[in-house]
Design a protein. Structure first.
Length: 69
């Protein structure tokens, strides 16, 4: 259910907001991978969650661009 709410939030955002959120998610993923490599990461499941969120953001961006055509 949490992902449905997140998806609704993404659908209500503009293209510029989605681009900013994508950049922020990619930065977070980089930091998580860095922490994992240095054995500082406690919750390794967060990497998977962030990767899925990046995919969700990219999907919504693609849907909005195709709808605009």
């Amino acid at each position: 259910m949490k992902s449905k709410k997140y998806l609704e939030d993404l659908n209500s955002k503009s293209a510029a907001d989605l681009a900013q959120e994508l950049v922020a998610a990619k930065k977070e993923l980089f930091n998580l991978r860095f922490q994992n490599a240095t054995n500082q990461l406690d919750n390794t499941a967060r990497i998977r969650e962030v990767r899925k969120n990046i995919a969700r953001i990219q999907t919504v961006i693609t849907q909005k661009t195709r709808a605009a055509e």
